[in-house]
Write a protein that binds this ligand. Sequence first.
Ligand SMILES: [Zn+2]
Length: 308
Amino acid sequence: VTITIRTMFGLGDSFWSRPHVKALSRLPDVRMVTTWPQCFAGIDVKLLGGGTILRSARMNVARLRMKPTARWDLKLAYQREHIEAGAVHHDSLTASIRHLLRGAVPDPADIRMSVPAEWLKPADVMLRKWENHFGKPVALVRPPTLRDERVHTARNCDPIAFQQLLDHMRRDYTLVAVADLAPQREWLLTPPPHGIHVECYRGELTIETIIALMSRCITVGCIGFQLPAALAIGGPAFFLFGGHYAFDGPDVLLPPIYDASNIGYVEPDAPCRRCADPHHSCSKTISRHRLIAAFDAWRARTEARCGL
Ligand SMILES: [Zn+2]
């Protein structure tokens, strides 16, 4: 009997689900419904397209010419009450499919993926072009944005701290900012970042290219899909935490079950711990000296390790 399992349709959630999809792929006759097949690259499992109102996810399914499936037998998804009780995402996802796994346990290390060679080729062409033009290594920048479909103000970092970091980096890096903005649908927090060398704000870069770039250069961002993406590909990345710590704090997103040796981060001066309200006005201020010290320490560590 074929079992059809619906994954979560968010991009970050899809990366978090990699170990579980890998574990499920070992069962006979399992099919997964997804809007981000790219997150499951290298896993031998039948993938079906998901039908969704989420804009980027829907466009991705259309670009890949997958036919949206409306039926599934069960869902691989977080159990909100688990996470509010302190479970990490990995364990909460495991709990949602435990009865299927017959004692097998998803291995957090399976979040790791290798970037397909065909994704690296266009990314390397862009990198060479930008670095030749500006004469400095590229840093991929993911500024905080908001989306109408899920206005989630709380997890975003303080845009003022984000700007201070960009000002600090600008002399040494070619700053390439990435977003998929659309009027009334997705927009930058104010003030929008300035001093960016290359703005790719209209979805110019495919997700394949973004993932490939993240494996070739450093990424700086707020909390979003880049964090599990960096865990998946082992790319060097530095994050500014915001609020909403019950779901989006470092204890939840970076538990020691993952190899996060390439990831650095800084927390707000007074994090809004145990906060589970996506609309709360959490305290997010990051003192400049803490921010710069955290970034510089991570940069020195990463340059020594990765030769960047
Ligand atoms: Zn809060």
